[in-house]
Design a protein. Structure first.
Length: 325
């Protein structure tokens, strides 16, 4: 779930916005639409299953989209908004250019609107789709309290406050802490890299020019480097690499085994071995075959889904997820 660069000014602005809204996470509740749209969750689940059964590889991008939404302005659906003539939205930010799966959210929204017009937010639909898609590929289930409302603001430059694939452990811990997430949440949610792919260009510098002297990142297993170089040439921008080779479409604990062997794809994956607490967790899950991973992931996803939410009369319920009303 890691991304591109850091913008200090944007982060400062973002933190103020999050602090103003963070308490509203307590206003979310299970069964929020029980009376106003009783079939909402079933409709979203069915729509998601239709897509994932045909394209299981969509599960990882949908989980990533929820993460990207929550880490910028909170879980308010702002990542779903299109740019306008006067504004470049989060979608247009470099870290978000590779996001995909918007058609799943749009299809779920259309189906829910047909049953209950103007009731269910796009932010809630995104949170449900992320959960349902991961469960569809044999991942964990987690309860999704609902009641989020949709934000009206989406700014491309704020996407640079997302955790980067080259971030070190100090930066990662700081970014998670600023959003009310713990060091354990950091290492647990990093486990989302057990599914999905990334482009060769993301790791080119690790392989070919780590310090600007044509060298390789020394934190990578030297026995693994030739394999990666055989797949990725220095200027390759199109080839895709599996985050968790061999089980890219299955949600499991293999990610931690890979990281413990110093074969994590990103620098941010390798960084988990540079902190006592995160390193201990990586080694525990690798050794115990993920004994507590599913439960831990569920707990952390519930926490993440409450970051900076809009509730009550804040925000709006969008008619179309890509457009403000």
């Amino acid at each position: 779930m890691a991304i591109q660069k850091h913008n200090t000014l944007g982060l400062r602005f973002l933190l103020v916005a999050l602090l103003l809204n963070i308490a509203n996470g307590n206003d979310l509740k299970l069964g929020f639409y029980k009376k106003t749209c009783p079939r909402a969750e079933a409709i979203v689940k069915r729509t998601t299953a239709n897509f994932i059964s045909r394209a299981p590889s969509l599960a990882a991008p949908l989980l990533r989209m929820h993460f990207h939404d929550c880490f910028v302005r909170g879980c308010d659906g702002s990542v779903l908004l299109n740019s306008t003539k006067n504004n470049q939205a989060e979608k247009a930010g470099i870290p978000n250019l590779s996001l995909r799966g918007f058609q799943v959210i749009d299809a779920a929204k259309t189906a829910v609107e047909a049953a209950c017009p103007g009731v269910v937010s796009c932010a809630d639909i995104l949170a449900l789709v992320a959960r349902d898609s991961i469960q569809q590929i044999k991942g964990p289930y987690w309860p999704v309290p609902l009641g989020r409302r949709d934000g009206r603001v989406s700014i491309a430059s704020e996407s640079f406050t997302l955790p980067a694939p080259f971030a070190n452990i100090t930066t990662l811990k700081s970014q998670f802490k600023s959003r009310g997430l713990s060091v354990k949440d950091l290492v647990v949610l990093s486990g989302g890299h057990t599914v999905g792919v990334s482009h060769c260009s993301t790791i080119a510098s690790r392989l070919y020019n780590f310090t600007g002297k044509g060298d390789t990142d020394p934190t990578l297993d030297p026995k693994y480097v030739p394999h990666l170089k055989s797949k990725c040439k220095p200027t390759d921008t199109t080839t895709l690499l599996e985050m968790d080779p061999g089980s890219v479409k299955t949600f499991d604990e293999d990610y931690y085994t890979i990281v413990s062997k110093r074969r994590g794809l990103f620098e941010s994956d390798a960084a988990l071995l540079n902190d006592k607490q995160t390193s201990a967790y990586v080694k525990l899950q690798a050794k115990s075959h993920g004994a507590t991973f599913f439960k831990d992931f569920s707990d952390s996803m519930v926490k993440m889904g409450k970051i900076g939410v809009l509730t009550g009369k804040n925000g709006e319920i969008r008619k179309h997820c890509a457009l403000i009303n």
